[in-house]
Design a protein around this ligand. Structure first.
Ligand code: CS2
Ligand code: MN
Length: 356
């Protein structure tokens, strides 16, 4: 297990590289050019700038999260070929600077969705929260109004001006069934996986978060069966999955240790985080400690240990602690403690198994 830590870049992250350096066992940063819009080719000078910053602190840049997929690719529009070409050029450049894993997702319109970014937990810390009933059966029109009326309603990465473009996108997705989305994903993978393979890069799709359809939009990366189907679309080691225990864990039916054992070396990148799912389907992100949530974190670490996992892992999100001001889910303290919990579990398992 090679521990890495997500860093949003100079001037874009309240957490500094020197602080990350003091978390035990972190060897690299998980990065991206967050200011390059989806669909555009990443400029080499900007890539090299991040590499220099990371290396000045002794970190590698092996893992990129994410190279975002342009909406036209997910929609299967004729213009997708142009964006796929740009995507390939970006893969090639990342290969040139030594990148090994590229995380991406194939969620229509939205990335992760929560209804409250600062829900208070019993201990006074705050965390990302999802209230199911608020979003259940919402139709797009109502959504656009909800956004306007509910100041706590947030869609990460959507500035008010972009929120206004939503209506058009909902319209465009009206004919995109799950099967259409699958075939658009297949088209994309058949194009990019050979390029990634040639560059020594493994693509790793991130599961949908939450792992179910929202606002009537199709979502297809939600559990064990469809991850299996994804891996078979292009049956090659460069076509892999970012196994995110937090995203998948929002559905208690998902057996994450079983997925780890089944998918094994097709998991180049692990996101590990706990979540507490309530009876009504709401969920909140908690500490990594197993007892605090409903995800069996030690069972997950054990499964990785059992398969001899040599891929990259990061704590996914954390709570906001001790008054820190940070990107929602991306504070320093809780993710750092999460890492120590993961190492604690890993080292204990290692010792026990050796003793057997
Ligand atoms: C996430 C996703 O942690 C997060 O913020 O898990 O936003 C993730 O980075 C993307 O979906 C991956 O493409
Ligand atoms: Mn994740």
């Amino acid at each position: 297990m090679r521990m890495v830590f997500r860093w949003f870049g100079e001037g874009n992250d309240q957490v500094a590289l020197w602080q990350i350096k003091q978390i035990p066992g972190v060897e690299g940063i998980v990065w991206a050019l967050h200011d390059v819009p989806a669909g555009e080719e990443w400029p080499m000078d900007k890539i090299e700038a991040v590499k220099r910053q990371a290396e000045a602190h002794g970190f590698h840049i092996d893992v990129v999260e994410s190279v975002n997929v342009h909406e036209d690719i997910k929609l299967g529009r004729p213009t997708r070929d142009r964006y796929i070409e740009n995507y390939k050029r970006t893969i090639e450049k990342l290969g040139q600077v030594g990148v090994k894993v590229i995380c991406y997702n194939f969620m229509p319109v939205f990335d992760w969705i929560r209804t409250d970014l600062y829900r208070e937990l019993e201990d006074g810390s705050t965390a990302l929260f999802y209230e199911k009933s608020l979003l259940q059966n919402i139709d797009p029109e109502v959504l656009v109004r909800t956004i306007a009326d509910n100041p706590k309603f947030t869609i990460p990465g959507w500035e008010p001006e972009r929120l206004r473009t939503l209506s058009g996108l909902f319209e465009a997705y009206r004919d995109v069934t799950e099967e259409r989305l699958w075939s658009n994903l297949q088209y994309f993978l058949e194009e990019i996986i050979p390029v990634a393979a040639r560059c020594g890069i493994r693509m790793a799709i991130h599961p949908d978060d939450p792992p179910w359809s929202v606002f009537g939009l199709p979502r297809i990366m939600t559990g064990q069966d469809n991850i299996r189907r994804l891996l078979r679309l292009v049956d090659h080691p460069s076509n892999g999955v970012t196994l995110c225990s937090g995203s998948l864990g929002a559905n208690p039916a998902n057996d994450i240790p079983a997925m780890i054992r089944e998918f094994g070396d097709r998991i180049p990148f692990a996101h590990i985080r706990n979540v507490r799912v309530y009876e009504n389907g709401d969920f909140i992100e908690t500490s990594h400690r197993g007892a605090d949530g409903t995800v069996d974190i030690v069972g997950i670490v054990e499964a990785y240990h059992d398969i001899g996992f040599t891929g990259y892992a990061r704590p996914d999100h954390g709570r906001h602690l001790w008054g820190e001001e940070c990107r929602p889910g991306y504070g320093l303290y809780d993710r750092a403690m999460g890492i120590m919990y993961l190492w604690g579990a890993w080292d204990a398992i290692q010792r026990t198994k050796k003793g057997r």
